[in-house]
Ligand binder design. Structure first.
Ligand SMILES: [Zn+2]
Length: 300
């Protein structure tokens, strides 16, 4: 390994931790099928069962692992999935985990007008308020589809962070109309769909990796974040990474890295709050990005 510091502006993490980590599970359940196939999605029983494995089987397993390891993490859940799978929501809340907003039926904000996006966002916030007793602090756009209206809509509604963008190795600040929020970036290399998802119904066909091979990119990403003071935010899905053999691999990885004693696992809201705190007290100067970046199509 080279001794070069590869992150120019690492965040001072709490208690001298080498990196900040949050395994974010997006519990999309079968919203994807009904969204992709509005006419006949309800008839696609096998695909539905594959996706329902998430709330019904994987969530209790994941929550139990976290309880055993003594960590709290974040789950992003479309509001329709919360209403349809209240037991999964209850198990997550009982474990002390954070629930972040992730659309209503996983609809795509980039295809919506500002008014449409605002309407679905408000409908989803109402469900989170009602089912968790707390206003959502964070948002991840369905399929990372952060639109040119998203920053302004999030600021208007008091969101503290977003988790949809991919612009850095460490958190940064997004400035929009009327305010700002913390961006906790991830990227496709930390997403489990390319490793494990093969579904003709979802038109997504990847060669399925073995559990250890599929998790290997996440391990390498972790080690780089650990060496350089980065942020490690896997974007994983209960129906994919929560399957028996795969979760066995992840659970033993988590146990191992936690035993190092110098990594910080926390819900996304706590990582965002830490970044706000060290920014305000002058310990840290984050990079700032104004959004939306472009007012219209780029012409040359
Ligand atoms: Zn999703």
């Amino acid at each position: 390994m080279t001794g070069q510091a590869m992150i120019q502006n690492p965040v001072p993490w709490p208690n001298g931790a080498k990196c900040a980590c949050c395994v974010t599970f997006d519990m999309d359940a079968d919203s994807l099928i009904h969204l992709d196939h509005p006419k006949d999605g309800y008839r696609r029983a096998s695909a539905i069962s594959m996706l329902q494995y998430g709330p019904n089987v994987a969530i209790p397993r994941i929550v139990e692992t976290y309880r055993r390891l003594g960590i709290r993490q974040t789950f992003f859940i479309p509001a329709w999935c919360m209403e349809t799978y209240p037991d999964a929501v209850e198990a997550i809340l009982k474990g002390g985990h954070e629930i972040g907003q992730h659309g209503y039926l996983h609809e795509n904000p980039v295809h919506q007008s500002r008014e449409e996006q605002a309407e679905w966002m408000d409908r989803s916030i109402e469900v989170i308020d009602r089912m968790t007793g707390q206003h959502p602090r964070g948002w991840r756009a369905p399929l990372y589809n952060f639109s040119n209206h998203s920053a302004e809509l999030l600021i208007e509604r008091g969101f503290r962070y977003d988790a949809s963008l991919m612009g850095d190795d460490v958190p940064y600040i997004v400035d929009g109309k009327g305010g700002s929020f913390v961006e906790l970036p991830s990227h496709w290399g930390l997403d489990d769909w390319p490793q494990y998802v093969q579904s003709m119904d979802l038109d997504y066909m990847m060669p399925i990796r073995s559990p250890k091979t599929g998790w290997e990119p996440f391990v390498q990403e972790f080690e780089a974040a650990y060496r350089h003071g980065g942020l490690w935010v896997p974007v994983v899905h209960p129906f994919a990474t929560g399957r028996l053999s795969r979760w066995e691999v992840v659970a033993s990885f988590l146990e191992n890295v936690l035993s190092r004693g110098d990594v910080w696992f926390a819900p996304m809201e706590e990582i965002a709050a830490h970044v706000e705190k060290v920014t305000q007290n002058g310990q840290y100067t984050p990079r700032r990005v104004a959004m939306p970046q472009y007012a219209g199509p780029v012409t040359v």
